[in-house]
Design a protein around this ligand. Sequence first.
Ligand code: HEC
Ligand code: HEC
Length: 244
Amino acid sequence: LAALTAAAVLLMVGLGPSAHAQGPSPATTAVTDNQVADGRLLYLQNCASCHGTGAQGSGIAPPLTNVGAAAFDFYLRTGRMPLAQLGTPPWQQSHRMSDDQIAALVSYGATLGQGPAIPSVVAGAGDLQRGWDLYTNNCSACHGPGGAGGELAAGVAAPPLDRADELAIAEAMLIGPGQMPSFADLPQQDVNSITRYVLYLRQRSNPGGVPPSDTGPVAEGFIALLLGLGAMLLATRWVTQLRR
Ligand code: HEC
Ligand code: HEC
């Protein structure tokens, strides 16, 4: 009888959330009951201690009930979760779980409410010029003009953009992780264009010579000041010598 009950419970756990599983997660083509059940188990083992057994959140971690497959996929594939140490910025660690584990957790995450599904993005279809324009106006203030990242207020930093893959860039814009605002309203074509530009930043050459480490106006301004002031000093010296 005990064995039968156990089997029935397992079956219920396996079948319970499956009804929702197909809906919010179109990107994962074959979401099986097993995957959701596996995901739930992995969740209880790796995540529940902080996010609560019902994903309701706790004093130390936010609820995961309406973050959707997109947030699960982003946080797991970029190695942000499971967080090893409270207090460290999630993006500074990379304990990447296996692809199978991530797929299972994402299917389980999709059953936890109404969050956004994994977005689609085709960087190749984007327009580089438009991407530059949008990046400069929306992203470079935090991530730097060359994507090198930078310090924000109150000890928060924006990470460099040289690691996230195509999909993770689109996911970041959709969900707005941590201190980053969400850009969920951007049309698909703009998402493609920004993504294309972020990827382009990694392989562009520096025909002008050594890059001033892409740290933006301060480093560039310093070099300009050094060269400009130097030239002016020389010119002043030359002019005063002419008078004598
Ligand atoms: C040590 C505690 C801890 C563990 C373990 C942990 N998390 Fe987190 N998680 C956090 C904290 C703290 C945040 C908020 C971090 C932030 O946004 O900067 C977070 C944020 C998240 C977010 C984003 C939520 C949002 O509102 O957008 C997701 C998704 C997530 N975690 C999934 C997971 C998954 C899946 C696991 C297990 C594989 C896991 N976490 C394990 C502490 C933890
Ligand atoms: C207000 C500052 C701010 C703005 C504006 C901003 N970001 Fe972010 N971004 C952040 C912060 C902070 C994080 C790290 C979040 C975390 O994980 O806690 C981040 C993370 C990311 C990541 C993940 C990087 C990785 O390797 O894990 C990507 C990709 C990204 N941002 C792209 C963008 C793009 C594209 C734009 C413009 C459309 C943008 N961001 C605008 C602050 C910003």
